[in-house]
Design a protein around this ligand. Structure first.
Ligand SMILES: Cc1cc2nc3c(=O)[nH]c(=O)nc-3n(C[C@H](O)[C@H](O)[C@H](O)COP(=O)(O)OP(=O)(O)OC[C@H]3O[C@@H](n4cnc5c(N)ncnc54)[C@H](O)[C@@H]3O)c2cc1C
Length: 458
C-alpha cells in the first residue's frame, strides 16, 4: 500500500469543509502545488479566490508522491523540445522554469528547500548518446551545464551532465507553506470538498454534498482535468506511472540524479526529522495496464539494496503524471471561446517547477497581464501536424487497451468517467483505469480523476 516519505512528519493543515454555497471571483479546484500556488499569487493580487480540495488536506495528491526535485533540468527535455519548437521557444521553457523557481524561493524559509546540483548520468552507450545530445541542446540554448564523470554515486558513470545550484524540496511542506501564505492573503480553502459537476454555461459548480459555488473564472488544477469540458482534448494526454522508495542512510548527497539509460533511475536524499533518507525510483509504465505492480517495487528494492548497501525501504509509493504530445504542459485559458476556464496539466513528471510556472501564467491571464510563456503553454496551441504521429501512438494505445480490457477483465468494475473497464493493481491495492488514468481505492473511492464518482463494486 502507498506510503510516501513526504506524508511522514509533515503536519497536514487543518482546514474547513465547505458547509454552505458561495460566490467568488475565481474558484480553483484542486489543492496540489498548482492550485495552491495559483491561489497564493491571485490572492496576493487582491483577487477573491476559493480553493476546493477533495482530500482531507492540501498537498496529498501527486505533489506528495513526487521526488521533490525543483529543477529546470527536466530529463532530456531540451533536445526533445528542439524537434518541435524553435530555439526561442525552447529557451522560453527554460527561462520560465528558472524564473518561477527563483521567484517562489524568495517566499520560502530555508528549512523547506536545499540547493543541490542536478545531474543526468549514463551507464550505457544509449544513455551517453542521449547526454551528448542534451549537452548540444544546452549549448544551442545557452543553458549552463558541464559534462563530468565525477559524481558521489557508489558506481562509475560513463558520463554525466551537471546543472549547478538547482533546488530540492520537501513537496508537502513546500505546498503547505504556500497554502498558509495564500490564506493569509485572503484566499478561502475548503477540504473534503469534491467537485462533481461543472455547469459552465451558468458559471457554477456542484460539490459531492450538493453545495454550489458560483464563479467568474474557474481553474481546474485537478492534475488530470475532471470531466470532459468543451475544447479539452482528453486523448492528447497519455499517462505514465513510476515507483519510488526511501530508506534510512548515513549521509546526505549534495546532488540529485536521473539516469538517461533506457532503464531510468532517479536518486536523491532528504533529511526527515534529522534522519537522512535515500530516495530511489524509476520503472515507468503506462498507467492502468499492469496488475502485478508489486514486481516493480521488488526490482527497485533489490537494486537499491545492492547498489547502496542499505536496508529494506520503509517507504514505498508510486504516482502518475500525464504527458502531452509535444512535451510542454497545457496551462492557461482552455480555448479562446472558453475564456473563463483555465487548466494546468501534462507536466510529464516535471510538475513541481511547472506548477509554479502554471500559477504565474494563470494568475497573470486572469488579471489581464502577459506572461512570457503564455503562448508556449497555451492549451489551444495548434501543433497538431507536427505532433500527429506521437498522438496517434497515445490514442492507438488507449483504444487497444480498452478493447483488451473488455475481453480480459470481464469482472472488473467500470470507471465512472467514461465507462472503461478498470484494472486491479496488486502492488498499490487500487483499481486503475487504463483510458484516462482515474484511480480508486479498494473500496471504490476516487483517489485520482478525471473520475469524480466512486466505483460501483459488486
Ligand atoms: C513518480 C513521480 C515523481 C515525480 N517527481 C517530480 C520531481 O521530482 N520534480 C518535479 O518537478 N515533478 C515531479 N513529478 C511531477 C509532479 O509531482 C506533478 O506534476 C505535480 O505534483 C502535479 O501537481 P498538481 O497540483 O497539478 O496535482 P496534484 O498534486 O495531484 O493535485 C491535484 C489535486 O486535485 C484534487 N482533486 C482532483 N479532483 C478533484 C475534484 N473533483 N474536486 C476537488 N479536488 C480534486 C486532488 O485530490 C489533488 O489534491 C513527479 C511525478 C511522478 C508521478
Amino acid at each position: 500500500m502507498q506510503n510516501s516519505l513526504w506524508l511522514y512528519g509533515a503536519e497536514p493543515l487543518s482546514l474547513n469543509t465547505l458547509s454552505s454555497s458561495l460566490n467568488c471571483d475565481v474558484c480553483i479546484v484542486g489543492g496540489g502545488l498548482t492550485g495552491v500556488y495559483t491561489a497564493y499569487l491571485l490572492a496576493k493580487k487582491g483577487v477573491d479566490v476559493v480553493l476546493l480540495e477533495a482530500n482531507s488536506s492540501v498537498a496529498f495528491g501527486t505533489t506528495a508522491h513526487s521526488t521533490g526535485k525543483l529543477t529546470p533540468q527536466h530529463g532530456t527535455v531540451f533536445q526533445q523540445l528542439l524537434t518541435t519548437f524553435n530555439e526561442d521557444e525552447a529557451r522560453t521553457y527554460y527561462k520560465a522554469n528558472v524564473s518561477a523557481i527563483e521567484q517562489a524561493l524568495k517566499h520560502v524559509t530555508v528549512d523547506i528547500f536545499q540547493r543541490a546540483d542536478s545531474y543526468l548520468y549514463a551507464t550505457t552507450e544509449q544513455g551517453v548518446d542521449s547526454i551528448k545530445k542534451e549537452l548540444e541542446a544546452y549549448k544551442k540554448l545557452g543553458i549552463p551545464g558541464v559534462e563530468t564523470k565525477d559524481t558521489e554515486l557508489p558506481f562509475e558513470v560513463n558520463t554525466a551532465l551537471k546543472m549547478e545550484n538547482t533546488t530540492q524540496i520537501h513537496p508537502t511542506k513546500f505546498t503547505n507553506h504556500f497554502a498558509k501564505l495564500a490564506i493569509k492573503e485572503g484566499a478561502k480553502f475548503f477540504v473534503n470538498t469534491r467537485v462533481t459537476k461543472l455547469i459552465i454555461e451558468e458559471n457554477r459548480l456542484i460539490t459531492e454534498s450538493e453545495l454550489e459555488v458560483s464563479f467568474k473564472s474557474i481553474v481546474l488544477a485537478t492534475h488530470y482535468p475532471i470531466e470532459a469540458v468543451k475544447g479539452l482534448h482528453l486523448a492528447k494526454l497519455s499517462i505514465d506511472r513510476s515507483y519510488l522508495m526511501a530508506t534510512k542512510t548515513s549521509e546526505l548527497l549534495k546532488g540529485q540524479y536521473l539516469s538517461t539509460d533506457n532503464t531510468s533511475r532517479t536518486i536523491r536524499t532528504a533529511l526527515i526529522e534529522n534522519q537522512p533518507y535515500l530516495i530511489f525510483g524509476g520503472s515507468s509504465h503506462i498507467a492502468g495496464v499492469v496488475q502485478n505492480t508489486q514486481t516493480y517495487y521488488e526490482t527497485l528494492e533489490k537494486e537499491m539494496i545492492a547498489t547502496f548497501d542499505l536496508s529494506k525501504p520503509e517507504f514505498l509509493w508510486s504516482a502518475q503524471d500525464p504527458n502531452t504530445a509535444d512535451y510542454i504542459p497545457y496551462v492557461g485559458r482552455i480555448s479562446a471561446s472558453e475564456p473563463r476556464i483555465y487548466i494546468a496539466t501534462g507536466y510529464r513528471k516535471w510538475g513541481l517547477s511547472n506548477s509554479l510556472v502554471a500559477g504565474e501564467i494563470i494568475s497573470t491571464e486572469i488579471t489581464s497581464g502577459k506572461h512570457i510563456a503564455q503562448h508556449l503553454y497555451s492549451p489551444s496551441r495548434n501543433l497538431f501536424g507536427k505532433t500527429f504521429m506521437r498522438m496517434l501512438k497515445a490514442i492507438g494505445f488507449t483504444v487497444s487497451s480498452l478493447a483488451e480490457g473488455y475481453l480480459m477483465r470481464i469482472e472488473a468494475p467500470k470507471c465512472t468517467h467514461l465507462g472503461c473497464k478498470t484494472q486491479w493493481n496488486e502492488g498499490d491495492e487500487t483499481w486503475d483505469c487504463p483510458c484516462h488514468g482515474s484511480r480508486y481505492d479498494k473500496f471504490g473511492n476516487v483517489i485520482e480523476g478525471p473520475a469524480v464518482y466512486p466505483l460501483k463494486l459488486e
